[in-house]
Design a binder for this molecule. Structure first.
Ligand SMILES: Nc1nc2c(ncn2[C@@H]2O[C@H](COP(=O)(O)OP(=O)(O)OP(=O)(O)O)[C@@H](O)[C@H]2O)c(=O)[nH]1
Ligand SMILES: [Mg+2]
Length: 359
């Protein structure tokens, strides 16, 4: 088992460097303590130990040599040894990674073989999409739904900036696709409020919080959609830096540059703590690592038609007798027709781009 290198390695075996056995077996790190990885920065890992307990503390650690090239990512639960006091200038050692419950991955584009782990152990992917400034892109939402499906994560679509445009069209489109949706908007700003981060309407933040409490959630979206603004509303002590969208290009400025997990503490006795992971804005979300069957299966609402397609149907525009075309033709309601077309176009775009770089 790759997670137990520590115990499994036989230090007494002769090696190519000589046959003298190592005199001492390494300790099995029985005193190791579990910690949750909240940030990773150039070989230094920030961990939280005893979260919510009497001895909760932040500890900085490095990877022990026995972990080799095994990557430690935000969301990992690890075992640490050494100085775990969390006192200034101390450095603990990570000796084990607990097997991951889930792994969210991405690639640079849809044909790139190199996949990267975004976060470990998340329960839920929160797709953050601004209703304007920057404008919403359904292609990104669909990609994120597929990535979440592939990783076994639940999806929450968070539509931000409802003060700038109506959420109705996107709600109609994604509700019919079975996606859970929340909408956020700014609060009416009090004259004495001088905080740097825009204050959000408390009732919309509370709705988001109820979806996140007790779970590990990762926020994903383009730069400038308001991920860090939302994190600041949910975890005021987070003090994440936010940045205005560029007036000329209409794009965000990639203000956040690294992933950070922040603890979400319960406010009611029935609640359990959760984690919210803020991430840097992404330009695209490559899905080269996802099997085509998973891409199709992520489109829950198209299931029945897909199941009725001829064997080996590619579901592309050119596919003969594709049931999706039947489905498109079988509605007279213009709104319904527009919605169906959008969903079929989304799936076809994703399937077509699997032989070309992501757009
Ligand atoms: N009008 C309006 N602006 C908002 C809202 N939410 C956030 N903003 C603004 O949008 C800009 C970008 O917000 P951020 O929170 O920095 O966005 P981000 O998604 O974290 O961006 P990156 O860190 O670059 O990925 C800031 O100027 C925010 O004040 C909203 O509901 N309405
Ligand atoms: Mg940010």
């Amino acid at each position: 088992m790759r997670f137990d290198l520590d115990e499994d390695r036989d230090f007494g075996r002769p090696t190519k460097f000589g046959s003298r056995p190592r005199s001492k077996k390494r300790p099995a790190h029985e005193s190791a303590e579990p910690g949750f990885v909240t940030a990773v920065d150039r070989g230094r890992y920030t961990l939280m130990l005893d979260e919510g307990g009497a001895n909760e503390r932040v500890v900085v650690a490095m990877k022990a040599r026995e972990l080799g090239r095994e990557r430690v990512v935000v969301g990992d639960i690890v075992d640490v040894v050494g100085d775990t006091s969390g006192a200034p200038d101390t450095l603990a050692r990570i000796v084990r990674i607990t097997p991951r419950k889930s792994v969210l991955r991405r690639t640079a584009d849809d044909v790139d073989p190199y996949e990267r782990i975004v976060v470990a152990n998340a329960d839920q992917l929160v797709i953050v999409t601004a209703l304007a400034d920057p404008p919403p892109r359904t292609g990104m939402i669909d990609r994120a739904v597929v990535a979440a499906y592939d990783a076994g994560l639940d999806v929450l679509l968070c539509l931000t900036k409802a003060d700038l445009d109506s959420p109705d069209d996107l709600i109609a489109l994604y509700q019919s696709a079975g996606v859970q949706i929340v909408v956020t908007r700014p609060a009416v700003r009090a004259a004495e409020d001088e905080s740097d981060s825009l204050a959000l309407d408390p009732s919309s933040v509370e709705e988001v919080r109820e979806h996140l409490i007790g779970r590990i959630s990762v926020l994903l979206g383009h730069s400038g959609v308001g991920k860090s603004t939302l994190v600041n509303a949910l975890v005021p002590e987070a003090k994440r830096v936010t940045g205005a969208v560029n007036d000329v290009t209409g794009r965000g400025r990639h203000t956040s540059t690294s992933l950070v997990a922040l603890p979400l503490y319960p406010e009611k006795p029935t609640e359990k703590p959760g984690w919210i992971i803020d991430t840097p804005g992404i330009r695209s979300l490559g899905l080269a690592h996802v099997e085509t069957e998973h891409v199709v299966a992520a489109f829950d609402d198209l299931d029945a038609m897909i199941a009725a397609c001829p064997r080996g149907c590619t579901h592309l525009d050119s596919a003969p007798d594709c049931e999706l075309d039947e489905w498109l033709a079988h509605t007279t309601d213009p709104d319904e027709r527009a919605q169906r077309s959008a969903r079929v176009a989304s799936l076809r775009r994703l399937l077509a781009s699997r032989s070309a770089p992501a757009s």
